[in-house]
Design a protein around this ligand. Structure first.
Ligand code: C5P
Length: 216
């Protein structure tokens, strides 16, 4: 698939930041698939139900749009900006729990694929973009960084959103999530076949973007 870059990797590895910068440089759309799993977690909390069929009903015929607001991508669900609601670590953990369920994953696979328009181009970030959702993507990236660096980046993100951060809790929540994401039976986090692995621990965002741009 031309004009399609997948970026997979663990939480806090910088996927979102790199995806945003690449999208701006190339003029392509973005798909933040983690935000979709977080949206499902939010819906599940709201309806107090984890049944994939019930969650599916809530998603049916609803519009899901990523839009730049003040230089940040926001997620609009049926016209409502839900970005602040989905960014907490609690919702992240709940999203990771629900992401184990094959029915949940199938539910949003079609939605994820619908974000790709070959005339525009797409940067898709997540855990299984290059392995399951877009296995024939033209360029596949696996972005990683040490747990300490990832926690530091997540801390900055959460603080910017005015959320309280406890560093030891943040590290253990990221570690717990990594373990779950890597060891689950369905669509585990792994290095997709043909992916370029980038360890961003000691790289600036510009350096990572340049490595990817050299592949285009
Ligand atoms: O990337 P983010 O931290 O927003 O993702 C939240 C959770 O959603 C992840 O921990 C992971 O369990 C799940 N997820 C997934 N597949 C994706 C993207 C996210 O399972 N493609």
């Amino acid at each position: 698939m031309d004009k399609l870059i997948t970026i997979d990797g663990p939480g806090g590895s910088g996927k979102g930041t790199i995806a945003k910068l690449l999208a701006a440089k190339l003029g392509w759309n973005i798909l933040d698939s983690g935000a979709l799993y977080r949206l499902i977690a939010l819906i599940s909390e709201n309806i107090k139900n984890t049944d994939p069929d019930k969650i599916g009903l809530e998603l049916k015929d609803r519009k899901i749009i990523f839009e730049l607001v003040d230089d940040q991508y926001h997620l609009f669900f049926n016209g409502k900006d839900v970005s602040d609601h989905i960014r907490s670590e609690e919702i992240g953990t709940k999203a990771s729990d629900l992401a184990h369920n094959q029915q949940i994953r199938n539910l949003i696979k079609t939605t994820q694929r619908s974000f790709y328009d070959p005339n525009i181009g797409l940067i898709a970030d997540g855990r299984d973009m290059g392995s399951v959702v877009f296995p024939t993507a033209g360029i596949k990236i696996y972005l990683d960084a040490t747990i300490e660096e990832r926690a530091k980046r997540r801390q900055i993100q959460l603080k910017e959103k005015g959320l309280k951060v406890n560093m030891p809790n943040l590290i253990s929540s990221l570690e717990e999530r990594d373990l779950k994401d890597k060891n689950r039976k369905v669509s585990p986090l792994l290095i997709p076949e043909g992916a370029k692995v980038i360890d961003s621990t000691n790289l600036s965002t510009e350096e990572v973007v340049n490595i990817v741009m050299d592949l285009t």
